[in-house]
Design a binder for this molecule. Structure first.
Ligand code: HEC
Length: 742
């Protein structure tokens, strides 16, 4: 089939663009095939559940868990994950008076930022320090109430906490690396009757040897009735455990159900994999959090890609349920419907954020919907009862892979509306004009790149542009939705990265082979990394001792996962290789299927930056977008963030990379930090995108803020820890709360 290069759409798909109604018939067939299975699942669900008939009788309504009045704040602003607050004391006319109410200094200087959104329940704020110590503060004053140190050095992002209460039994649930603790909300002490001595170990019950499993709960659990539902972050390379979605009893910590995102024999989706994949394949995990329709008991779970990310020679199917939005029965974990955003993902195009629940006006009818943002810059919108898309989805054809053994999927789904919120196709006309020298440099680089838009499989020997990059598009901060208007607010990165594969020339069972199998993905085949985000390991012995390196490998750090499953010998061999270049032999007991995935290597994540470290594409490098989900049209779009140095040189409003999402309030405001280089915390008019207020944080606030009320006073709070992607930048761990002066 002819593929139109300019917009990457097929002839068949262009026909379907003529109108949304026409779409229904043309794409309908594909949708039918895709959703046929889902409908079957719905039927099973409906007939198996006598109460399900009532499903459509529910009037649309906002879904919150605690604090219906909006005085509390749970992760995502509540189970709908809409980041919305009905509070309006701080509003368009009063916001200019906003002042710091208190700050809480965690006393830590996390080496990799602080992504936490605090939890606020009944006037108490629960938060995390960069090394994952838990604390409770008086939310009105910032005074410490208690602190809990698990004794485990937390080295991974930890985006929030979860809460459950029944009478006097009030619990805060927090993931600390591979453990989930149940803490007494009043005292911060572990509740000993939960799991083993107050915690459960997520390495267990995954069908693999727990000692070999690497997992960390980086987004908080979702609480439904007496269930605590979790996913987890997992490695990007093998070995890696499957990303089962699991529900535990909130009281006892007993496992109540698991949904296998890599199906076992006999389960639906099993035939989208080779027959033994469920035993060795990994991930398809939920690392970004979930949304819950508590009234209907339906859980919406976005999943990530399969490990390894970039070369999957023994998978020749669509790899269900990787890169899917799953609707699960929250009570049982049974599948209701699913949508797969990327088939046989070769680009690490995880669903990077929780979905949002809202009600939209679709052709005059109020439809309870679920929206999902992506790294590619798409928003998908579905009827949340049955998974039917509310805007057409086209299946477009993409090129096949040129790498031996790799079989890329023929087609990938794209929403016809809304238009992407990040640029999709990098051309020479879009290169940086910051200086003539930077432009020339970029042009020269660009000539060597393959730049063909989305879903072009990486090749050997020549870089392929990924635009937007590996960090999106959208990221884990997640968007905000105003439930009254159906407008979705999403911040987006808009810079290009490149990727490339290389043949693995190392000899199995050597230190170099081990390095290439676990480390080169980030630190590069040649150890040079991709600074500043991924440090070089060349001459690492000059500033770290062997012991320090072994410790970093064992525990991980920031974006680097822990490699706790490597043996002491393996770690030592790696250290000798890094420090002395010694290529010792080590035992390797990998199965042939795993060994096959090592034949080609991803050579490292590379942002396309100019020699001064600024994006080599023209601005905007980061944006904030307001999209009306009733119509699919943009309300407004603005650049988000600046580089202070460039701003002083009169290059303003470039937008920058940004991490951490917005919140939106009934006061007509949108609050967002996120901009990694200017340390700003901003409030915009949610209806126009006009900047109404800004403050400078002690470190960049690469986290999603929260808003709440105590004693009739509204506060907005954000964690400021420094940018996660600029290694040399100053870092700390401070929570800053703002309110109006009395
Ligand atoms: C997913 C990406 C990723 C992988 C895989 C990874 N690292 Fe890292 N590594 C990082 C990042 C990011 C940092 C910087 C962490 C920080 O300080 O925030 C880092 C830091 C380090 C450091 C400290 C560097 C310094 O200058 O302080 C060492 C040593 C290191 N990694 C070794 C390894 C080894 C050995 C492996 C393989 C077993 C590995 N890494 C795998 C991303 C990765």
């Amino acid at each position: 089939m002819f593929v139109d290069k300019a917009c990457g759409k097929t002839e068949e798909a262009s026909k379907s663009l003529r109108g949304m109604r026409a779409m229904k018939s043309i794409v309908g067939l594909k949708l039918f095939v895709m959703f046929g299975v889902a409908f079957l699942a719905i039927l099973v669900f409906c007939f198996g559940n006598p109460r399900s008939k009532q499903i459509s009788a529910h009037a649309p309504r906002r879904i919150v868990s605690n604090g219906e009045a909006g005085t509390d704040w749970e992760y995502g602003g509540g189970l709908a994950q809409d980041h919305y607050s009905p509070l309006a004391q701080i509003n368009r006319s009063s916001v200019h008076e906003l002042k710091v109410a208190w700050t809480y200094e965690t006393g830590e200087n996390g080496s990799y930022g602080l992504e936490t959104t605090p939890l606020i329940i009944n006037g108490v704020l629960y938060g995390l320090s960069p090394s994952q110590k838990v604390f409770a503060l008086n939310a009105a004053t910032g005074k410490l109430i208690w602190r809990f140190d698990s004794g485990i050095p937390g080295t991974q992002p930890d985006r929030g906490l979860a809460y459950w209460g029944s009478g006097a039994d009030k619990r805060v649930f927090v993931g600390i690396m591979n453990f989930v603790y149940a803490l007494n909300a009043d005292t911060g002490r572990p509740i000993r009757t939960f799991g083993t001595d107050g915690r459960i170990d997520l390495r267990r019950n995954l069908g693999r040897d727990p000692a070999s499993v690497i997992i960390a709960l980086t987004s908080p659990a979702t609480v439904y009735k007496d269930l605590l539902i979790v996913g987890g972050m997992e490695p990007e390379t093998l070995p890696c455990a499957p990303g089962d979605i699991r529900a535990y009893d909130v009281r006892t910590g007993k496992l109540r159900w698991s949904f296998h995102t890599i199906p076992h024999p006999g389960e639906f989706g099993y035939d989208s994999w080779p027959k033994n994949a469920w035993k060795y394949a990994g991930a398809a995990n939920n690392w970004a959090g979930m949304a819950l329709d508590a009234h209907r008991g339906v859980l919406y779970v976005p999943t990530g890609s399969v490990s390894p990310d970039f070369y999957k020679p023994n998978e020749h199917g669509n790899d269900l349920f990787a890169d899917c939005l799953l609707a699960l029965n929250a009570e049982t974990g049974k599948l209701i419907w699913y949508f797969q955003g990327v088939r046989h993902d070769l680009w690490d195009r995880d669903f990077p954020a929780p979905p949002e629940l809202l009600t939209v006006d679709s052709h005059g009818r109020a439809i309870d919907a679920v929206a999902q943002t992506t790294k590619q810059g798409f928003v998908y919108l579905f009827n949340r009862l049955n998974g039917r898309p509310l805007f057409p989805i086209e299946y477009r054809e993409y090129p096949s892979s040129t790498v031996p053994g790799e079989l890329a999927a023929r087609e990938q789904p794209l929403p016809a509306m809304p238009a992407p919120y990040a640029r999709q196709f990098l051309t020479a006309a879009m290169l940086t004009d910051r200086t003539p020298a930077a432009h020339q440099w970029a042009e020269k680089q660009f000539k060597n790149f393959i730049s063909d838009g989305q879903f072009v499989p990486f090749r050997v020997g020549r870089p392929t542009v990924l635009f937007p990059g590996f960090d999106g598009g959208a990221e884990w901060g997640g968007p905000a939705v105003d439930p009254k208007t159906g407008v979705l607010y999403v911040n987006s990165n808009d810079i290009a990265w490149t990727g490339e594969l290389a043949r693995n020339q190392s000899q199995a069972g050597t230190a170099r082979a081990l390095y290439l199998s676990r480390c080169s993905l980030c630190h590069g085949v040649n150890l040079a990394g991709s600074p500043p985000a991924y440090p070089s390991l060349l001459h690492i012995g000059n500033h770290l001792t062997a012991r320090e390196i072994r410790k970093i490998i064992r525990l991980g750090r920031g974006r680097m996962p822990s490699f706790s499953s490597l043996s002491h010998n393996q770690r030592s061999a790696l250290v000798r290789y890094l420090v002395n270049g010694e290529n010792g032999t080590i035992q390797s007991s990998e199965s042939p299927a795993v060994r096959e995935t090592r034949a080609y290597l991803f050579t490292g994540y590379n942002r396309f930056l100019d020699p001064q470290g600024y994006p080599a594409v023209a601005p905007p490098w980061g944006t904030l977008n307001a999209i009306d989900l009733n119509t699919g049209k943009y309300l407004w779009k603005i650049p988000l963030g600046e580089y202070p140095k460039l701003a002083r040189e009169r290059m303003r409003n470039t937008g920058t990379e940004n991490y951490g999402g917005p919140i939106v309030t009934a006061g007509g405001l949108l609050f967002i930090g996120a901009t990694s280089f200017d340390n700003k915390f901003r409030a915009f008019d949610s209806s126009t995108g006009k900047l109404l207020w800004e403050a400078t944080l002690p470190f960049s606030g690469d986290a999603t803020p929260a808003t709440y009320e105590v004693n009739g006073r509204q506060y907005v709070v954000i964690a400021a820890g420094g940018p996660k992607n600029a290694l040399g930048a100053p870092r700390g761990g401070v929570y800053v709360a703002f309110s109006l002066p009395r």
